[in-house]
Design a protein around this ligand. Structure first.
Ligand code: NDP
Length: 246
């Protein structure tokens, strides 16, 4: 039997990109998975179908990470459907690349609401259901530790906040046997950060491996952190960036 059989995970923003890969990987490892999405219901149902075809269990829930009530309802729906919650992956996130001085306050609010406030609210709702062995996993960013290029000021600031949120929260829930970790991807080929085009050139060049990462390479780290072999890792920032921050 798989190490993660009988576990239940909620992956926010699980309909595309890194979140979809995480959902599929956890399901392949035996986890029942609830995913949230904001807009694209058909992409979300395609992930659910792919998991079911592989013999796994999954549901999709529409919940904008900026909408606290929707996020709380999503946590309750996941628990109602699968009976428990063992793993939360705070993956939903966004960036609005432009210079800081061109960025409007509304754009900053949007990035903060999804990347920070949404993470706070989802984690608080999830912790109500988590027992000993629970796993809270953030998808931060390598730019939360080192800003490699201009154009990502509010985004980098939110991911830096996610990093300290992880470290601080690990101190509060450790005594309950719950770990809190932050997986920090470097450039990963998704709709948010395509590996082709002008924007990709400096990012690829900044990596030691001279390539973009694949979504499965982030999902592999998340699966490890979600599993029993990571039991002594908490409050950690686990960078998976092809050596970009080396
Ligand atoms: P994508 O834009 O490719 O996918 C985003 C996913 O999140 C989709 O499933 C989308 O669903 C969902 N989503 C977007 N906004 C919201 C929202 N407000 N509420 C709920 N779900 C939402 O992004 P990536 O896969 O590239 O990024 C995933 C995470 O990884 C983010 O936190 C990002 O910051 C982080 N990251 C990505 C890197 C990269 O290079 N790609 C590098 C470092 C970190 P829908 O289509 O329905 O909106």
């Amino acid at each position: 039997m798989s190490k993660l059989a009988k576990k239940v995970a909620l992956v926010t923003g699980g309909s595309r990109g890194i979140g979809a890969a995480i959902a599929k990987r956890l399901a392949a490892d035996g986890v029942s998975v609830a995913i949230t999405y904001a807009k694209d219901a058909s992409a979300a149902s395609a992930v659910v179908k792919a998991i079911e075809l592989g013999g796994g269990r999954a549901i999709a829930i529409q919940a904008d990470a900026a909408n606290v009530e929707a996020v709380k309802d999503a946590v309750e729906k996941a628990v109602e459907t699968f009976g428990r919650l063992d793993v939360l992956v705070n993956n939903a996130g966004t960036a609005i690349p432009k210079t800081f001085e061109e960025t409007t306050l509304e754009e900053m609010d949007r990035v903060i609401d999804i990347n920070v406030r949404g993470v706070f609210a989802t984690t608080q709702a999830a912790l109500k259901h988590m027992k000993h062995g629970g796993r809270i996993i953030m998808i931060g960013s390598a730019v939360g530790e080192r800003a490699v290029a201009p154009g990502l000021v509010p985004y980098a600031a939110t991911k830096g906040a996610v990093k300290m949120f992880t470290q601080a929260l690990s101190r509060e829930v450790g005594s309950r046997g719950i770990t809190v970790n932050n997986v920090q991807p470097g450039p990963i080929d998704t709709d948010l950060n395509p590996a082709s085009g002008d924007w990709a050139v400096p990012q690829k060049a900044a990596t030691a491996l001279d390539r973009y990462g694949r979504v499965e390479e982030i999902a592999a780290m998340v699966a490890f952190v979600a599993g029993p072999e990571s039991s002594y890792i908490t409050g950690a920032n686990l960078t998976v960036d092809g050596g970009m921050n080396a």
